[in-house]
Design a binder for this molecule. Structure first.
Ligand SMILES: *[C@@H]1O[C@H](CO)[C@@H](O)[C@H](O)[C@H]1NC(C)=O
Ligand SMILES: *[C@@H]1O[C@H](CO)[C@@H](O)[C@H](O)[C@H]1NC(C)=O
Length: 486
């Protein structure tokens, strides 16, 4: 037995050495070839996406007119873990979801809840003292950055850059208005101090105590008490008729989430918004950009007052199941898979599209949903109704995908060395058994096909590996997709 054992262990050792040699050999011999193949694939996908984006060249025509509400803020962007360390917040043993944050312990629990999966999140901080402490600490961090924030101004910036004339509704400080593009006209009151939002960014693989992030993302906190009131709505409404927009965009409503409104106040605001959307001319498309919502009453109001008045919806992989849970009549989801498969997302999109339009048919009011854009880390997916107002769906999907890399890497030129494809070489169009598989073709990376009364397009994202900023990504991506469709 001893001899046997000895032989076995020497066999084992021998085996280990052999496999180590094989692995090293493979690494040394094969990896450059494999790398070259991957590089070539990336280059091909990139040049094909750029070609697809250019296909819908809209230059030379009159500038599209886009009206965007509401609000905005100044973002302070910091390294999330660095900030928590700076204020001496210890990693908690108890990750926990909170609708809003009242003290440092809840902040630690909430961060620990969203950080490991790398899920985007945004929370209201009820405690002003805590929030001021966070802002002060952020100012003192060496690598902090300031940027214009809020869904509406970010979308406005992107649309202006892409050749639109923009009417932006929000109460801003003069400094804020000064740095906006000349193609953006602001309507709203002037305020002294802009609201500040704190963006806690983190890269993939960041660690905080026992927690490690599985993807790059951001956790946002704010203590905003202007934006929840959609304060510029009145002025915005009065300018809308004359401005005659081709597209009306509403975003930033998550500012209302978990905010301590007086009884009935929020509903009144949303009724007012609903009336504004209803008054939009039939030629004007209406887009609603979803966000992170947890308050079921607010979600119910949105479902009744805002959703039925939009032709187009934009959202990420968290917001899609969140909205769907509401339409199904179940409790809103707060955390979903941050890296969902294409088939899963497409099935959710089909269901959302169907449920929203069933409600539309039943009520006989408002607008039919004709466009649904879902942005995820690995891919972009658009569903657009046949014969609807939205043009260039294939190019718009390509542009959305390219914008994802441009935004996150912080550069208009895409460097293939800072990009990778997360999408597999083929994907199934549904989780239903026997569903069709689509092969991702490097020369035609945007796959489009028809289903029922709509077309679906899916494009892979060249995921940025050198993250500059994730916050505002969804807004840039959604806006970039819309620009080519109006
Ligand atoms: C608010 O935050 C401050 C600073 O972190 C803390 O001292 C205080 O206890 C908090 N207040 C409440 C009500 O939790
Ligand atoms: C996203 O939008 C903001 C605000 O308009 C802008 O500063 C930023 O550069 C945009 N990102 C990209 C990739 O253009």
């Amino acid at each position: 037995m001893a001899v046997e054992g000895g032989r076995m262990s020497s066999h084992l050792k021998y085996g280990t050495v052999v496999s180590l040699v094989v692995v090293l050999f493979a690494y040394w011999y094969r990896s450059p070839v494999q790398d070259a193949r991957l590089d070539e694939r990336l280059d091909n996908v990139l040049s094909s996406l750029l070609r697809a984006e250019r296909k819908a060249d809209v230059s030379g025509f009159t500038r599209p007119r886009v009206a965007i509400g509401f609000g905005g803020c100044v973002d302070i962007i910091v390294d999330g873990v660095a900030l928590l360390n700076k204020i001496g917040l210890q990693p908690t043993a108890l990750p926990l979801h909170h609708d809003y944050i009242q003290n440092a312990e809840q902040l630690a629990q909430s961060f620990a809840y969203f950080f490991p999966p790398g899920a985007a999140s945004e929370r209201f901080v009820m405690n002003k003292t805590l929030f001021s402490e966070l802002v002060e600490a952020s100012r003192e961090l060496p690598d902090n950055r300031w940027a214009i924030g809020g869904n509406a101004p970010v979308m406005a910036g992107r649309m202006a850059e892409e050749g639109c004339d923009v009417l932006l509704g929000g109460n801003f400080s003069p400094d804020f208005t000064d740095v906006l593009s000349q193609h953006i006209t602001v309507v709203g009151k002037t305020v002294e101090e802009p609201d500040i939002h704190l963006i806690l960014e983190y890269p993939v693989g960041a660690t905080w105590g026992q927690y490690t992030s599985r993807r790059a993302n951001r956790y946002i906190v704010h203590s905003d008490d202007h934006n929840p009131y959609l304060a510029s709505m009145e002025e915005f409404e009065s300018k809308l008729q004359d401005f005659k927009p081709d597209l009306l965009v509403v975003g930033g409503l998550q500012m209302m989430d978990s905010f301590p409104f007086q009884q009935g106040e929020r509903e009144a605001l949303l009724r007012r918004l609903g009336a504004l959307l209803s008054s939009a001319a039939p030629e004007t498309g209406v887009h609603f950009e979803m966000a992170s919502f947890v308050d079921p009453d607010l979600l119910a109001d949105l479902q009744e007052l805002v959703l039925p008045r939009a032709d187009s919806l934009g959202m990420n992989e968290q917001e899609l199941p969140n909205l769907l849970s509401l339409l199904r009549g179940s409790a809103p989801t707060v955390l979903s898979d941050p890296n969902p498969r294409v088939a899963t997302v497409l099935d959710q999109m089909r269901e959302l599209y169907r449920l929203v339009n069933e409600r539309h048919l039943q009520s006989g009011e408002g607008r039919r949903l004709t466009r649904l854009h879902v942005h995820t880390l690995a891919f972009q997916a658009l569903a657009v109704a046949h014969g609807s107002r939205w043009k260039n769906t294939m190019s718009a999907t390509a542009k959305a995908s390219l914008t994802a890399n441009r935004h996150v890497c912080g550069s208009a030129d895409i460097d293939p060395d800072k990009a990778k494809l997360l999408m597999d070489e083929s994907f199934s169009v549904s989780r239903r058994e026997g569903s069709q598989r689509i092969h991702l073709r490097d020369e035609r990376p945007v796959s489009c096909w028809d289903e029922e009364d709509y077309q679906i397009c899916v494009a892979p994202v060249l995921v940025c590996t050198d993250v500059h900023q994730t916050a505002g990504g969804g807004d840039n991506i959604s806006a970039a997709g819309l620009v080519l469709q109006i």
